[in-house]
Design a protein around this ligand. Structure first.
Ligand code: ATP
Ligand code: MG
Length: 560
């Protein structure tokens, strides 16, 4: 999936940079930027771009700017600016004092536009936006010249200044680059570069009523900032010629170049901010940071670590052709990380009461257990053991099916770090539901081993009878099909998975988990990795999100 140089293991962008350094292009400098539009929260695809841009700069001793690309006043907002900065920092990257806004450059971009007009390379067109697109033709039909294409420089300057002064309503005139209406690439058919928009801008207020379009603003912002390598996604490939045309027309000396890489597509997910916004606005999720959302804030709340997302970006690599990455790859990254770093703990999601008939009433003992099976440095903790306990309801079967090695009438199992117990009797309520198991324990097996060499096949997790109650949230894929937005005739929301969230309010957790701080991560033995919810979890009333299961149980589930 990665385009790499076999001998050096470089991706194609690293190869470009190395070649440029060899030839002395850009004086050996590497200067990249991450240019989000502040019209939504960042998602896992942006994480790929962040790791790539900041990573390239880091690797070659260069710099990476954060640029908020805020040229569209209608959709942008300061809340988004804040969230973007929080997310980039959380991922572990730093722009130092180089946070810029495209709107910082509005005066300079305006001056560039006048220069382009003066050079005879731009004109004010008075066709309506609909007519402009009719005149443009398409891939099979060439465009035809606008009747306004021959306006003089003076006329164009006058009209453009009056556009800026607010004399015209939206859509009345457009500034267009004068390139080639017959070009085989429709992008070069006199693209609009400035339009009238009487709209309040979140930073420049009402100063402007004309706004530069992406193609004009982006390459010149790169040039203004001294960017060397302007990395973007593949859909901009056919616009590279326009990028070059504008930069060549206006910039002397060292200049930026555009390179395209494949955007990240993940199974069972949508990645467009517009679609994510719909989910938020229509309350299909609890917010941008809903743990089922593949936004950076959602992944953080779910329990993903910055290291796991950086690792994911490395695993998928950088390539020049589009592909669809399996969600399982993302889950591998977080599992690998948490397997090393998360302390172990015990919790019971759907508790079934166990009474040890031969354990003295009123007695409690503290059983020592390791916080991590491989890392002694993480120490041990004590878990109270007593006559009443809870085990997981599905760890018991009254009539065990074939291959079920957990608890059943007359069967013996190990309780993790505790004792062997044997089920003597099943208690049911009037409706026939199992309410309690009566068991005995073997005092000789303290710590979980039998001195007589007796073996048991099952080891269960458990919590003591006085274990605090917790809320636990289990998540499934937000969508029930691999590519929810593949079929453009259908609304992607039709494919939302109705069972993507399961809330368990009666889970029981071992005592130390009651004090988990928001954001604390654990492996709950046999159940997966969990994280105390950053918003709803309170000391004494913990709420845990399942970040990921221990194994990729999902593929198996689907087959059932
Ligand atoms: P969306 O389609 O989600 O709205 P966008 O491209 O409009 O994304 P921007 O804010 O313009 O969002 O993106 C900022 C940077 O992140 C761009 O350089 C863009 O190429 C990159 N980016 C966006 N989506 C992805 C993705 N899925 N994979 C890799 N990079 C991405
Ligand atoms: Mg964009």
């Amino acid at each position: 999936m990665t385009t790499t140089n076999e001998t050096q293991g470089l991706n194609f962008l690293q190869e470009v940079v190395e070649e440029d350094r060899r030839t002395g292009k850009h004086g050996g400098r590497v200067h990249t930027r991450f240019p989000p539009e502040p019209n939504g929260y960042l998602h896992i695809g942006h994480a790929k771009s962040i790791v790539l841009n900041f990573g390239l700069a880091q690797q070659y001793g260069g710099k990476c700017n954060l640029r908020l690309d805020d040229t569209n006043p209608l959709t942008e907002d300061t809340d988004y600016v804040e969230s973007i900065q929080r997310d980039v920092r959380w991922l572990g990257f730093d722009w130092d004092d180089r946070r810029f806004f495209a709107s910082d450059y509005f005066d300079r971009l305006y001056a560039f536009a006048e220069q382009l007009i003066s050079q005879g390379q731009a004109y004010v067109c008075s066709l309506s936006p609909e007519e402009i697109s009719q005149y443009r033709g398409n891939f099979t039909t060439p465009g035809k010249d606008s009747p306004y294409r021959t306006r003089t420089v003076e006329e164009n300057l006058d009209l453009f200044r009056r556009m800026k002064a607010g004399e015209f309503p939206d859509g009345k005139h457009t500034l267009r680059a004068k390139i080639d209406m017959t070009s085989s690439n429709p992008v070069l058919r006199d693209p609009p570069i400035y339009r009238i928009r009487h709209a309040h801008h979140h930073r420049t207020g009402d100063k402007w009523c004309i706004y530069p379009l992406y193609d004009f603003a982006h390459c010149l912002s790169d040039a203004i900032e001294g960017i060397t390598h302007s990395v973007c996604t593949l859909e901009f490939e056919n616009r590279r010629v326009l990028y070059d045309w504008i930069v060549d027309a206006l910039i002397k000396g060292d200049r930026p170049y555009q390179y395209e890489f494949a955007r990240l597509n993940l199974t069972y997910a949508v990645m467009s901010k517009r679609k994510l916004l719909q989910l938020v606005q229509e309350k299909r999720v609890s917010g941008w940071d809903d743990p089922r959302m593949l936004t950076i804030s959602g992944l953080r709340r779910r329990g993903y670590t910055p290291a796991s997302l950086r690792d994911f970006a490395k695993r998928i690599g950088v390539s020049k052709s589009d592909s669809l990455i399996d969600m399982g790859v993302l889950e591998l990254s977080i599992r690998d990380d948490l397997n090393e770093t998360a302390p172990r703990a015990m919790a019971v999601l759907r508790p079934l009461k166990v009474v040890l008939e031969n354990y003295p009433e009123g007695q409690t003992e503290e059983l020592e257990t390791a916080n991590h099976p491989k890392r002694e440095d993480m120490g041990t903790r004590k878990v109270p053991f007593m006559r009443e306990l809870y085990i997981e309801a599905d760890d018991f079967q009254e009539v065990p099916e074939k291959g079920f090695f957990r608890l059943a009438p007359g069967k013996e199992v190990r309780l993790r770090s505790a004792y062997f117990i044997k089920c003597e009797k099943v208690i049911k309520d009037a409706a026939g539901n199992i309410t309690e198991l009566r068991c005995t324990y073997d005092p000789a097996t303290r710590g979980g081993d039998s001195p007589d060499g007796r073996k048991v096949k099952g080891t269960l997790h458990w919590v003591p009878g006085n274990a605090p109650v917790a809320q636990v949230r289990l998540f499934d894929r937000l969508f029930s099909v691999e590519q929810p937005d593949k079929d453009e005739t259908k609304d992607f929301k039709e494919f939302l998975n109705p069972n993507s969230l399961e809330t368990l309010s009666g889970a029981r957790v071992e005592p130390m988990l009651a004090d988990a701080k928001p954001g604390d991560r654990f492996q709950f033995e046999r159940l997966g990795y969990f994280c105390a919810d950053a918003v709803d979890s309170k000391p004494g009333a913990p709420v845990f999100n399942r970040t990921v299961t221990l194994k990729d149980s999902w593929v198996k589930e689907q087959k059932k």
